[in-house]
Each structure stands twice: as C-alpha cells, then as structure tokens.
Design a binder for this molecule. Structure first.
Ligand code: PMV
Length: 368
C-alpha cells in the first residue's frame, strides 16, 4: 500500500451537520519508536500493548459552513475552551487535508476528556490524536455510500487502516492505538504485513502468559515534560548511536517473536527493560543531552529488580519519554505483585498516585 490508497473517491452523500463520539486508548511500547523521518515515518519498527483504562473520549460536532477557505474549529478539554491545543490540531489538519477533502467544508467543535488526569505525565497525544482521527473517519464514512456486505467488511479494514494512517500524522505512536492487543508499526522483514504507514495487528501466535498482561503506571512526576518528544525524535538525526539503535529495534522485534510464542517471561523481561533503558540512553547521549528519569524512577527500578530476584516473580518495568514507570506483569502473578507495588513502590509516586491498567483491544465508537 502507498499513501495514495488513502485518497478517497469523490463523496456521494451530502451532510449538513452531525455529531460523532469515539473513545480511544493510550498504548505502551515494548520495542520503542525513537527517531523519525519526514511525514512521521519511523526510523525503526516498534510494537506496543494497547491499554484498556487510559483513554481519551472525543466528541466531534460538525456543521457545514459557507466558505471553505480556512479550517474552522474550537477545542474543549473537560468543558473548558483550550486555545493552546489549537496549533497542534491546525498542523494535524494541514497534514491530513489531502486525505480528507471535507475538512474545510465544516466548522468543528472538538470536545475531549481523558480518563486519566491531564497533568499526570501520561501523554494524551496517542489517545487524543487517535480518537480525533476516528471521529473524522466516521464523517468520511457517512459521506461515502456503502452498499454490499462484501464492500462493508473490506471497508471496515480500510477504515481502521486509514484511521491509523491519519492518527500517525497527528502523533506517530497514536497509530498504534486504534486496535489491540499487540500492534506493530514500522516496516520490518520479520513481521509480515508491517508498514511505516500505519499500525497493524501482530499477526503471529501469542502465548496465554501474555493475555491480559497488567500495566500499573506509577506517576512519579506529573509535571510537563522538559523536552517534547518532537525535539527528542529530532535529536536522533546525527546521533552517534542512531544506526545501531535502529538496527537493534529490528533485531529485538525478531527476537520477540519466539518469546511471545513460547511464553518465555524471563526473556520478555530482559528485552523490554533493555528497550526502556536504551530509549533513555539515547536521550542521555544526544547533543544536547537530557535526562527524563527522576531519582524516584531509579528507586523504583532498583526495588523491582530486588523484588524480582527475591520472589522469582516476572515483574518488569518499561518507560516512555518521561519519569513515570510502567510496571508490567502477567495476570496470574497480579495479587502478589500488586501487594508489593502498594507496600513498596507507591511511596515513590507523586501524591501516591498510580493507575492500574492492562492490555486492551482498541478504540470504540460511542453511539448515542
Ligand atoms: O508519538 P510520539 O511522537 O509522542 O513518540 C512517542 C515515543 C515513545 O513513547 C517514547 C516510544 C513509543 O514507541 O511510544
């Protein structure tokens, strides 16, 4: 497939106004995406667990307008007007307009809320951009007539692919939030069907050990990130270790296949933690360099390592571009591990805040 496959055929329906709502989850990468080319094309492939509880819910109200000269939209978060969100959405609309030619024909009211606190240090860009992309896809669907059952099922697939493709243009990792439970984004030889253009479901066998995998997110630092992920990705240009890192991501995806198939939790723990630390090592070795981990991030990591050694349980951690720690563990070890988290780790969280999440299956449309 190429991007041209996402240019729509001329629309056959005309709609004056309407309203559509989608909820879309966040995701946590196991093999990390860090570094991108033009148009949000990743430098390396990545794979993530789709989350279940951390979601954005977006309602898009659209009304036909007189002139189709400019984009026209207003944004609300939790009912409050958020003009500071507008530049990001303006850029998003500019990037996707050739794939959604109706964008200038309507005025949009974008009302959004998150199930997790806004200032939790959990990035809302993946869930937020994917929810908005899905709302726009629903409008496109209404503008296009669908007839036969065959066409509908084909279009369902295309609908998700295009939603992921659009979400990617908003925020790279957002393309992995449309479906679940394991999503691959970025072309790599070891995963059939993988592409740089959108996220695809992991196509191979996954052992029972990884079903309902748990992710308890420890909110170590709820402040704004000091370095945006856009700046971080760009620092991979001319980074001394970039090429090795990109190759390592390909290798790790290949190594993950037999691990996922056999249910080898020990190998999973090693691979996932190494990926998390490599991501942060890239930040520490770029120019300019920066550190997003906090002292409590390291306290938690050390406690996890000690507890794993003492208990023999398969607790591990991963990090995204921030100080918060995602504690990952299999469902059948949840009781003991959650007890450990509550008694030993929550003390390192800001105001004792943490979120219990687990693998989810992707976005849902909310019909009124
Ligand atoms: O989607 P972005 O541009 O916010 O980048 C996110 C990158 C990481 O979260 C650090 C890794 C990943 O693969 O999600």
């Amino acid at each position: 497939m190429t991007e041209h496959d996402f240019s729509p055929k001329p629309y056959t329906n005309s709609i004056e106004k309407g309203k559509v709502t989608w909820e879309s989850p966040s995701n946590i990468a196991l093999v990390k995406y860090w570094g991108k080319k033009k148009d949000q094309i990743p430098e390396n492939p990545s794979i993530s667990f789709t989350l279940n509880e951390c979601k954005t819910i977006t309602t898009l109200t659209f009304t036909k307008k007189e002139s189709n000269k400019d984009f026209s939209f207003e944004v609300y978060l939790d009912g409050n007007k958020k003009d500071d969100f507008k530049p990001k959405i303006q850029t998003f609309f500019e990037r996707i307009e050739s794939y959604l030619p109706f964008l200038r024909d309507y005025h949009f009211k974008i009302e959004t809320k998150n199930t997790f606190p806004h200032s939790s240090g959990i990035a809302s860009s993946a869930s937020g951009m994917s929810a908005l992309a899905l709302c726009l896809m629903s409008i496109e669907k209404e503008l296009s007539v669908r007839s036969s059952a065959v066409e509908t099922s084909f279009n369902e697939n295309l609908f998700n692919q295009k939603a992921s493709f659009l979400a990617r243009l908003g925020s790279g990792s957002a393309c992995r939030s449309i479906e679940g439970d394991l999503i691959v984004w970025g072309k790599t030889d070891s995963i059939e069907g993988s592409t740089d253009l959108f996220g695809v479901k992991y196509p191979y066998k996954v052992h029972q050990n990884f079903k309902n995998y748990q992710d308890t997110i420890l909110l170590v630092d709820k402040g704004e990130k000091q370095v945006s992920s856009t700046v971080g990705h760009n620092l991979m240009h001319n980074h001394p270790y970039a090429q090795n890192r990109f190759q390592q991501a390909h290798n790790n995806l290949e190594k993950l296949k037999p691990i996922l198939e056999s249910g080898d939790l020990n190998a999973f723990v090693k691979l996932v933690e190494s990926e998390a630390l490599t991501l942060h090592a890239m930040m520490m070795t770029s120019m300019p360099y920066f550190i997003l981990m906090k002292p409590n991030t390291l306290e938690i990591i050390n406690k996890i390592w000690r507890f794993r050694q003492d208990s023999g349980l398969h607790i591990s951690f991963t990090l995204d571009a921030g100080a918060n720690v995602h504690v990952l563990y299999p469902e059948n070890e949840a009781t003991q591990i959650l007890e450990f988290i509550k008694s030993e780790l929550v003390a390192y969280c800001q105001n004792g805040h943490y979120i219990c999440d687990q693998i989810g299956f992707g976005a849902n449309q909310i019909k009124e």
